[in-house]
Write a protein that binds this ligand. Sequence first.
Ligand code: CA
Length: 736
Amino acid sequence: MPLLLAAFATSANAERFLVKNQADYAATAKTLKAGDTVVLANGVWRDFEIVFSGQGATGQPITLMAETLGKVIIAGRSNLKLSGSNLVVTGLVFRDGYTPTGEVISFRRAKDDSASDSRVTEVVIDHFNQPDRFQSDYWVGLYGQRNRFDHNALVGKTNQGVTLAVRLDTAGSRANKHQIDHNYFGPRPSLGSNGGESIRIGTSAYSMHESNTLIEDNIFDRCDGEVEIISVKSGANVVRRNLFLESRGSIVLRHGDGNLVERNVFLGHGKPHSGGVRVINRNQIVRDNYMEGLRGTGFASALTVMNGVPNSPVNRYVQVENARIENNSILDSSSITLAAGSDAERSATPKDSAFSGNLLQLTDGATSIIAEDDIAGIAMRGNILVGGASPFAGIVAQKLPLTRAANGLLYPPMGIKTGAPRDLTVARLGDVGPAWYAKPAGAVKFGSGAALAVSPGDNSLAKALQHLASGSCLVLAPGRYAVDRTLLIDKNVCIQSAAGGRATVSFSRAPLFEIAVGGDLRLAGIDIRGDDAADAVGNAVIRAAIEPMPANFSIELDHVDVRDLDVNKSFDVIAIGKSAMAGSIRITDSNFANISGMVVSAESETDDFGRYNAEYLDISGTTFDNIHGGIVSLYRGGSDESTFGPHFRFEKNRVTGSGGKDRAAIKLVGVQQVNIRGNTFTKSGALRITETTGSPMMTLIDNDFVTTQLPVLVAQGGRAAPPLALTGNRVDGAAR
Ligand code: CA
């Protein structure tokens, strides 16, 4: 039976129950009344679907708490549902598991049974991911009225679905006055698909309703899931005083009118695709924000004002009308884009809007301010551009020194009122999330740990890997290493030859390396030979993954020599399976020869849902000789516009006898950034580049094609050809 503890002073009848197992909790939960507290004993609670219901009262909530904050771990297939009123939950940590339902924490039990006037505070959800990254869920679903979600930490979501969703699907969940404050939204890696937002308020179906949700004083740290960090799809919300730190994407006022975005600080630190605010719809106010070091362009510019669709349906783009964009500082940033997305459908330019009192300093001066259509409907007044000539009336070019104030932000000399206010405060990591929860450090870097010397011998490589700490390096003495089993890479591992000689690795069982959750692999200065490999179709040297995997990984090959993967057909070097995502694959100064499959096969997401297998694929200074399957296949199908990637760079490589009449040497579909430069292709198959969606940036420059099929460029979506920059290429020695 639950243990009855001392009565609370707040109410003569208030009781405090310590429960030690799920049966005790269930029995106690039925009896709770205003002022009561139920305490979960410290320890791991596995497969625990917590239903927390009751009617507390103002000043006499019913509380569910950990015996010690942070010492109650909710693991396995678990979740929490709240219903009733005046409930408080605190001190729990969800980790080592995932929810069997669509939400981890839900502010309702059933559609007509939600929680109101309730609070979840100092709760952690840490890598509580579905095993399959495309099995969707929300970590937090907010329903009901006047709920507060504060001082929580949500870290490491890798599966599809919004981290925190404010839902408006019942009348009782609208005009909700929820408050989301002082939370730590921790790193969320690129999902490689739509559905990687950190917060979404509403959906297009309910976007005509006001939500009245307040999002303030939170930190978004490396929230890179997709193009929207916060997706506002309802009206009358306030996004205030948040810090966006090195996060890809932007606040997007996607649907709904009358939202206010003010006093936020965006620090991109030069990270690609770090953006600010994108404006769509009516009566939006964007004022007093500070942005520095943002590198987003196009829709993810520091500031983007979109063109609309005339008489837009709710799920498209409502024309911008009466936007007020005032007193923002946009410094050391790549881009401001106005009338963005202008095309045959999005033809309604912004109207009755104002852009005034903003302080601008852009990386390429005035050319960083782009108008894609008529901007006569945006009245410009009193803006200052620091550096460069003025592109528009209402933006005055002025040389001004900018100096850092005590708050760490840059300001012009005193007396100049243009730009963000001087009393801005920058949210501090110590002020968000639970104080007892350590914020995650940066990702483990290759070679940051110890170096361990390994000599040739019976499975010496497998043995050395077993107890290696993440970030460590195996340094192989010269000689031959015969490996008879698949080596599981579930941590950050680097394997390199010792100075003065090269190690050669051969393997009888494929794949040689299998990337598992948490794994990153760097190979440097080693030779890999396939001549001992078993005769099995579809072998690979490095594979991720046979099972879907809920984590991104990195692979680096540097000064590696791989040859003779030809015991059977389709023997790849790197093969990425469905529902696996490489954050980056980088190959430098290496050699590949006599390979029956591909060097990088990243073409498993064939459902055309806008998904893909590799965010960055970067190959340089490398030779390819007789690669039968072609060097790379990178595939992203579908018309969705929610991702920045994939990115492909192929520079200063030499390709000979690779691909063939029916096989492309390089096959790219739907890749958003393509840079193919300074390569030589001899007696090889074509480059086959298919554009499918978005505004891809593609260059094909200074390449030599010798006795090689010409590039095949295919455009979908109405374009005649992909928007490809083609210069300096030669075909059989002649300029083309
Ligand atoms: Ca989205």
